[in-house]
Ligand binder design. Structure first.
Ligand SMILES: Nc1nc2c(ncn2[C@@H]2O[C@H](COP(=O)(O)OP(=O)(O)OP(=O)(O)O)[C@@H](O)[C@H]2O)c(=O)[nH]1
Ligand SMILES: [Mg+2]
Length: 359
């Protein structure tokens, strides 16, 4: 075995070589780098640190929505539009590894095969393995790798389920929510929260009956939201960071106008044959222009940074606590809660006390 120092040096040299490969746009290096962050290998930190200063050029687009609404088909068609417009595209399909979506990764590969062989496109499926903060941490890191490698647009597909949706909104510059007709009572079917994260709403499968009804229901929901005057997006962060403007200084009316100027558009598509997809691309670009022209881009960059730091902190704090708790401690607590001797709060407090006193 090598001494720890030598191993560390070797790891650092490897990370440096890998970073150089990523920056040169070498596909094999990009694939390897993503594998490193996905499997949470220690040298991933050095790799990401080396890449960080080279990020910030890509526009990141999150695509979320119910299972089967056509996200992968839309992402494929969108990538084709971007290629036709001369831009390079990185695609991440995030599979939450749930039993309901088993096989989605394989399906995505088949669906996205229209893009294979194009060196201007890089496609990667990522499994999250349900680890704590796993989705946001490794997805955000893979996005950074694609960004540093020079891909100009990065499309991240994730199934719209719970936390994944919030994570994608905090990872992306522009969030698309994909709906499909035929969900019964349309107004009921508009999930709470989607309007909060959507920058662009897409009603896919417009070739099916009921698409116009879905569009109308979404329009109504948007109008209701707008009349409520809600302009704050991407909240729900654990970490709070304020605007740079001191609270005593009133916001210039012009700033308020710029910030509230984005009206969420509703696009109708038949992703399967490409109908309406160019309009979605145009709306993404319009949203990007709006972000850059207002102070919203700077705000989103802050949300992204905060979200990434928070994900790392969560995972690290969790790991440290578990590493220092006595191995039998958790099982003993589980037994006491199961046999109703202790309530879960008291059990957790006792475990934390043992952690504090071991300092
Ligand atoms: N009729 C119709 N079918 C479509 C359209 N777009 C996609 N589909 C079909 O809908 C099914 C699901 O499409 P996907 O693109 O895999 O949907 P998804 O949202 O990525 O699915 P998951 O990743 O499993 O959540 C496939 O059989 C597609 O061929 C469309 O515009 N019209
Ligand atoms: Mg899919």
């Amino acid at each position: 075995m090598q001494p720890a120092d030598a191993r560390g040096l070797k790891g650092a040299a490897q990370a440096e070589a890998l970073a150089a490969g990523v920056l040169a746009g070498d596909r094999l290096a990009v694939a390897r780098a993503i594998s490193r962050v996905e499997s949470e290998q220690p040298e991933a930190h050095a790799l990401l640190a080396a890449l960080h200063a080279h990020t910030g050029r890509a526009h990141i687009v999150g695509v979320t929505g119910a299972p089967g609404s056509g996200k992968s088909t839309l992402v494929t068609a969108l990538a084709q539009c971007y290629r036709a417009a001369g831009l390079t595209v990185g695609i991440l399909a995030v599979d939450p590894s749930s039993p309901f979506t088993g096989g989605a990764v394989l399906g995505d590969r088949v669906r996205m095969s229209a893009l294979s062989g194009d060196s201007g496109v890089f496609i990667r499926s990522m499994a999250t393995r349900g680890s704590l903060g796993g989705l946001s941490k490794s997805t955000g890191e893979a996005v950074s790798i694609l960004d540093a490698a020079g891909f100009e647009r990065i499309l991240v597909e994730t199934v719209g389920v719970g936390q994944a949706e919030i994570d994608i909104a905090a990872t992306a510059h522009t969030t698309l929510v994909v709906e499909a007709p035929g969900m019964g009572d349309e107004v009921q079917a508009i999930k709470a929260g989607i309007l909060e994260i959507a920058d662009i709403l897409v009603v896919n499968k417009a070739d099916r009956t009921g698409a116009d009804r879905t569009v109308r229901a979404l329009q109504l929901a948007l109008e209701m939201e707008n009349s409520g005057g809600k302009t704050i997006r991407h909240h729900g962060q654990l970490m709070r960071f304020g605007p740079r403007r001191p609270a005593s200084e009133p916001e210039a009316p012009d700033d308020a106008r710029k910030r509230s100027a984005w009206r969420v558009p509703i696009c109708k598509t038949v992703a399967a044959d490409g109908t309406g997809v160019e309009e979605v691309r145009a709306q993404i670009e319009a949203h990007r222009e709006w972000l850059l022209a207002s102070d919203a881009m700077a705000h989103r960059q802050q949300v992204r940074a905060a979200h990434r730091i928070e994900a790392i902190l969560r995972a690290e704090i969790h790991r440290r606590i578990l590493a220092r708790l006595p191995a039998d401690g958790i099982q003993a607590a589980v037994d006491e809660v199961t046999s109703l001797k202790l309530d879960p709060y008291t059990a957790a407090a006792r475990l934390l006390n043992r952690f504090d006193s071991s300092d």
